[in-house]
Write a new protein. Structure first.
Length: 478
């Protein structure tokens, strides 16, 4: 084997030259790891499948929530939940930022065989998640009424919005801890553990939804408390799996403290995910604001949009699972200096994501009523949601490609390119378009924003990623 020097950006931001032949000689067990030696497509499917199954099962709780609320409580209740959902998405975005940034570092550490450093990163990140989760809870509760005012929520929706939003905010810390633990499982190449936690959480939420909403008649509050109990219980399961794991990354109590060297790297690497997730939340906020401004039937359109978002989020989860698998696979191989395998990982992820996105486009654009009839028998609501869906999801295939490109940069520790791609799509393209089009075309202008932005975003992602792979990553492999 020819000696190759690979620049690896470490937790502290320093660059170290690690000869690839030393990885193979000094860490023979690590070099024979399936993620580093077996066929890329095989390992991608092996990683992605359990993650996708887990995400889909976990995503069912949001989907089932909407079904229970719409069928058993009513359209106004669904509008109330949909109206505050973007704010909850911002909280989820912060958790995802911390978890994914940590996971990127851990995957590369393990790719080099440095389990001790991986455990240090995990332990300090867990501490950071507790602190940030507590801050989020305090801020959201204190500014709750101001948030409602900014969203211009109709008075009729406020009571149910509070009943749903407040209990969930109270367990933000538990949600952050659970997210950090499951991301550690994923980064360690153990998606089965992640699947167990998400499966348990989702199943518990669905069962409690039925008991609290249908059985006890608690309405929107029942959906909230079902979510709360599911979050707390899944966190306890994740802790148990972490403790009894034989070869997992370990929790080290002496490292359970503030470590700015680790935290700043976690934040830098997690920012692209935060921008992507919060960008989605921001898009929902802008959509709701546009609906309240340009629609004559606010509750109907907010409910229709809310049902579509629940459906979209469920169908989008396989793409997210593929990106997570890509990050683990590419991160391992980048840490080991296997640049060609990093590139192949990206191409494989793009092909799989395009296949799934084509199926989703058919469902959401051509046959949206297949899904919508699960939520309601209200003809007006189904018709309104179908009209939105037939336009808004025309560019879904493009969105999957963009996500894979951004995910690759995060996986190899290049936070800036990933951040720039997400910022360009969400804030430089989407924001001005979603502000302008409704002024010209009313509510139709809102929905045409999304395919236009998807097409522009994928063109930028492909051009930049192709350039990077040829001119930057290619040089590291020469």
């Amino acid at each position: 084997m020819t000696s190759q020097n690979v620049t690896l950006d470490e937790t502290g931001g320093d660059n170290q030259q690690v000869p690839v032949n030393k990885i193979s000689i000094e860490n023979p067990t690590n070099a024979s790891h399936p993620l580093l030696s077996q066929p890329i497509s095989q390992q991608f499917v092996k990683l992605a499948l359990p993650i996708i199954i887990a995400l889909l099962i976990n995503g069912l709780y949001s989907f089932v929530d909407a079904i229970f609320i719409t069928r058993n409580v009513g359209l106004e209740a669904m509008a109330s939940v949909s109206a505050v959902f973007p704010i909850y998405m911002i909280v989820i975005s912060i958790s995802a930022m911390l978890g994914s940034g940590m996971a990127s570092i851990i995957s590369r550490k393990l790719g080099k065989g440095d389990k001790e450093s991986a455990s240090e990163v995990f332990s300090s990140s867990l501490f950071f998640a507790v602190i940030v989760g507590g801050i989020c809870t305090a801020l959201m509760l204190y500014f709750q009424q101001d948030i409602y005012h900014i969203l211009s929520l109709p008075q009729a929706l406020l009571s149910n919005s509070t009943a749903y939003f407040t209990p969930i905010l109270l367990v933000t810390i538990f949600s952050f801890v659970s997210g950090t633990l499951t991301e550690c499982f994923r980064a360690s190449g153990k998606p089965q553990e992640m699947m167990k936690v998400l499966l348990f959480s989702s199943m518990m939420n669905v069962v409690l939804d039925a008991i609290f909403i249908v059985g006890f008649g608690w309405g929107v509050a029942g959906a909230a408390w079902a979510t709360v109990l599911a979050i707390v219980s899944s966190m306890l399961l994740a802790i148990r799996l972490q403790v009894i794991g034989v070869d997992n990354v370990k929790f080290v109590f002496s490292k359970f403290h503030f470590n700015w060297k680790v935290h700043k790297r976690v934040l830098a690497l997690g920012i692209p995910i935060f921008i992507s997730h919060s960008g989605f939340a921001f898009t929902l906020v802008m959509t709701i604001l546009a609906i309240t401004k340009y629609s004559t039937d606010t509750s109907l359109l907010i409910s229709a949009h809310g049902l579509l978002m629940r459906s979209f989020m469920l169908l989008f989860l396989p793409v997210l699972g593929m990106m997570i698998a890509l990050q683990t696979l590419a991160g391992f191989n980048y840490g080991a200096g296997k640049m060609e395998r990093v590139k192949t990982s990206l191409y494989t992820a793009i092909m799989f994501s395009m296949g799934w996105a084509t199926i989703v486009t058919f469902i959401l654009v051509i046959k949206p009523h297949w899904l919508l009839q699960l939520f309601t028998d209200d003809v007006a609501l189904i018709e309104a949601a179908s009209d939105i869906s037939s336009i808004a999801f025309l560019g879904f295939v493009c969105g999957g490609i963009s996500m894979m490109c951004s995910g690759l940069f995060q996986a190899i520790g290049k936070a800036l390119p990933a951040t720039l791609l997400d910022v360009t799509r969400t804030y430089l393209i989407l924001l001005p378009v979603i502000i302008y089009l409704p002024t010209q075309y009313g509510t139709d202008g809102i929905w045409w924003t999304f395919p236009m932005v998807d097409v522009c975003g994928v063109l930028i992602s492909i051009l930049f990623t192709t350039w990077y792979l040829r001119n930057r990553l290619g040089h590291q492999n020469s």
